[in-house]
Ligand binder design. Structure first.
Ligand SMILES: CC(C)(COP(=O)(O)OP(=O)(O)OC[C@H]1O[C@@H](n2cnc3c(N)ncnc32)[C@H](O)[C@@H]1OP(=O)(O)O)[C@@H](O)C(=O)NCCC(=O)NCCS
Length: 154
């Protein structure tokens, strides 16, 4: 999944096996230390791993941090079936219910229409004034401009 250029279109580059394994280790460590993270997504009875969906804490400073983010990445053959939205709803229920968070955010680059549609299906709201430049993406890069969506606890 992390090596697929289609999946990684909105990131700086696809990941090598080593980078992907390091990411999985960071995800596991986050779940262990915080009690939440980017959970593995399984399609019961057919696919033991189709990607990850869950809650994470952005590791950079911006006008909306500190914050908890809901995010997703699925292998391309599992797109278009509603799995990201279904899993994200479960992640939000955990965030608002079990963790008692007052608000959850999500962000992506302006052109990532599929991801933005997930945010909109979840009822998240974007204000243009909240758009920001991602500090880890070089100045002038087409992926740098991000849209921010927010959802307050029900
Ligand atoms: C972003 C991403 C997770 C979205 O996946 P997705 O499958 O399009 O999103 P969903 O799971 O919400 O599926 C919704 C789609 O399934 C369709 N669908 C089909 N059957 C469905 C069902 N039973 N229930 C709900 N939706 C269904 C919907 O119509 C919708 O299609 P549309 O957006 O073309 O109208 C996926 O494209 C991805 O992993 N991208 C690469 C990684 C990435 O960019 N991550 C975000 C970084 S911020």
């Amino acid at each position: 999944m992390n090596a697929d250029p289609a999946v990684m279109e909105h990131f700086l580059r696809p990941l090598s096996r080593e980078e992907s394994d390091r990411m999985a280790e960071r995800v596991e460590a986050s779940i262990e230390s915080r009690g939440f993270g980017l959970w593995a997504v399984e399609v019961k009875g057919s696919a033991p791993f189709i990607g990850f969906v869950g809650l994470s804490v952005p590791n950079f400073e911006a006008h909306f941090t500190p914050a908890v983010e809901v995010g997703w990445r699925l292998a391309a053959e599992h797109w278009g079936l509603g799995y990201a939205t279904e899993a994200a709803r479960a992640a939000l229920a955990f965030g608002f219910g079990t963790l008692g968070l007052p608000r959850v955010v999500s962000f992506t680059n302006v052109a990532n229409a599929r991801s933005r549609r997930v945010m909109e299906r979840l009822g998240m709201r974007r204000e243009a004034a909240d758009d920001f430049d991602h500090p880890s993406i070089p100045e002038g890069h087409h992926l740098r401009r991000m849209v921010l969506y927010r959802l307050d606890a029900p």
